[in-house]
Design a protein around this ligand. Structure first.
Ligand code: ZN
Length: 553
């Protein structure tokens, strides 16, 4: 009775003051959960937010007197987490992907052809048909698609379909013609062309021919990406391989007050150096900052572009693609570091990881201070190389869902005995190195909850394999949550501003439909976000009809 009355009073209070323009807000009666830097779970019951959008106080169990606060919102016992941060994603890629032909989950070549046919007839005005997300590993015969396959569906305009890992295109004849590629075209170094398939550096031949997106198209894609991210509870992103047009779209959004996801931006190689010669300050109320430069040391494992120390088990004539000589890689990273940028380098294979570690060790000796060298993916490492991360201040920026997606393919490419240092999250932490988690969206879904689930279980959404894949690498929920919040913030030099809910930091948080400390990994993966708040303002909430039956589990 008393609590019902208390509830009614709180609701009345919220009603009375909801028109107040700027004021303190108390989010009360929540199951607040956050992770500390050492991976412990911390509980709290309410959150006081100042009118500047920052956290004023985090309280265990307050029994606040109504009059003390301008505005009170009763959380009704629901679970509240800090806004999740994806340390490595491709923001415009996510937006464009959502607007382009979606081939994720195609079950066969015929399925791909059907989706292509439907999209082509629904978009008669599209000059080029661009799609992404196919993965021949999921198809019955695992054969790569060819130009002839695509020509049989669309031959009146160019078609470019990107593989799920972003490291290969399959194109039709019209696209090759537009790109001026003939049988005589030499294969670029670090690439491969066969039957309409353009792998790694060969993709540039096609990229050059694709009409560039207009500013209006970029703006639409950025808005779409933010919608998707906020719906998944992602309030901060390490925006990787950002091109000049992307950066300009982000600034336009900031100028227009339309940035709700905080972006820690990494330029695509040195291409922006003329435009942005040094890291910027935080802009638009800590919503945008150019912080670093992203390089590539190798390709991906699926297309056998990852650079390995030993030959591929399933193709012994190759060790993958080395993108740069040691001297070249050092020169590139040094140039970024000298300009004050953070350096982030993509490395998947064990040879690529060893090369990048060596480069960072040299730069760490040359540039004293807090530089936070990043390795993106750190997927397959030689176990002997992992202890070299911490002493050189190298952050492992990893993606838990890559492990669940790649597991069977990785076993084929390398053999199980060479995977002791693969997706080795727990080993990274044990050696004292910093770990940041992300999804590499749109390579994987931008939804961080399947990532959290994979991190604690080493199992996919359907619970495979039983007991988890190399289960010694599982993390605790606190360790995984930290990697997706404070760890990802640290990786972008933002841990003083976001990543945990503490006085002075931004009130970026989410309300979710279940308690991650009380559900199993499969349920955790299916967590639904109900509300997303940034700087103390609700910027996204789930439409009631959109709730799925799992809600409340
Ligand atoms: Zn990426």
């Amino acid at each position: 009775m008393r609590s019902a009355m208390h509830k009614a009073l709180l609701a009345l209070g919220a009603l009375l003051v909801s028109s107040t323009a700027s004021a303190e807000t108390l989010i009360s009666n929540v199951n607040g959960i956050q992770a500390t830097a050492d991976g412990k779970i911390e509980h709290f019951g309410s959150l006081l937010i100042g009118d500047d959008g920052r956290v004023k106080q985090v309280m265990k169990n307050p029994t606040p007197r109504l009059s003390r606060f301008d505005r009170i919102i009763n959380g009704e016992g629901r679970t509240l987490l800090p806004g999740l941060i994806d340390a490595h994603g491709h923001v415009l890629g996510l937006g464009f992907g959502a607007l382009q032909l979606d081939l994720v989950g195609t079950s066969s070549l015929d399925d791909l052809k059907q989706r292509l046919r439907a999209y082509a007839s629904a978009h008669p005005d599209a000059r080029w048909i661009i799609g992404r997300g196919w993965n021949q590993e999921l198809w019955p015969n695992k054969r790569f698609p060819t130009e002839t396959d695509l020509d049989s569906v669309v031959n009146d305009r160019p078609v470019v379909l990107e593989r799920v890992d972003g490291h290969a295109y399959v194109v039709n004849s019209a696209a090759m013609k537009a790109a001026g590629v003939t049988g005589e075209t030499p294969t670029p170094a670090g690439g491969r062309i066969e039957n309409g398939l353009f792998v790694d550096n060969a993709k540039n031949l096609i990229d050059k021919a694709i009409p560039t997106a207009t500013p209006a198209e970029l703006d639409e894609a950025l808005a779409k990406a933010q919608d998707i991210l906020l719906s998944y509870g992602v309030t901060g992103v390490g925006s990787m391989s950002t091109a000049l047009g992307d950066w300009q779209a982000m600034k336009r959004a900031g100028d227009a007050g339309g940035l709700n996801v905080r972006l820690m931006v990494y330029a695509d190689e040195l291409k922006l150096l003329a435009e942005v010669p040094h890291p910027t300050d935080w802009l638009y109320g800590d919503r945008l900052r150019m912080v670093g430069i992203k390089y590539y040391a190798d390709g991906a494992l699926g297309s056998r572009g990852a650079w390995l120390k030993q030959p591929y088990a399933d193709q012994p004539d190759t060790r993958g693609l080395q993108f740069h000589s040691d001297a070249e890689m050092l020169g590139l990273a040094d140039k970024a570091a000298a300009a004050g940028f953070q350096v982030a380098t993509h490395a998947i294979g064990d040879a690529a990881n060893a090369q990048v570690i060596s480069v960072y060790e040299q730069l760490h000796a040359k540039y004293p201070g807090d530089r936070r060298w990043r390795i993106e993916h750190f997927q397959i490492a030689d176990p002997a190389d992992i202890p070299r991360l911490a002493p050189a201040g190298i952050i492992a920026s990893m993606q838990p869902t890559h492990q669940t997606s790649d597991r069977l393919m990785a076993e084929k490419r390398m053999g199980l005995d060479r995977l002791c240092g693969a997706y080795a999250w727990q080993t990274v932490l044990k050696t004292g190195a910093k770990l940041a988690f992300g999804s590499d969206f749109p390579v994987e879904s931008a939804n961080p909850f399947p990532g959290l689930s994979a991190a604690v279980s080493r199992q996919d959404m359907s619970g495979q394999p039983p007991g988890g894949w190399i289960p010694a690498q599982r993390l605790t929920l606190g360790e995984a949550l930290h990697a997706f919040t404070g760890g990802a913030a640290y990786a972008g030099f933002a841990e003083q501003k976001i990543g945990t809910l503490e006085p002075g930091k931004w009130a970026d948080f989410i309300i979710i439909d279940r308690n991650p400390t009380k559900v199993d990994a499969q349920s955790l993966a299916r967590t639904e976000v109900l509300e997303t708040w940034v700087a103390g303002k609700k910027v996204w909430s789930r439409a009631p009809s959109a709730s799925r039956p799992e809600r409340g589990q």
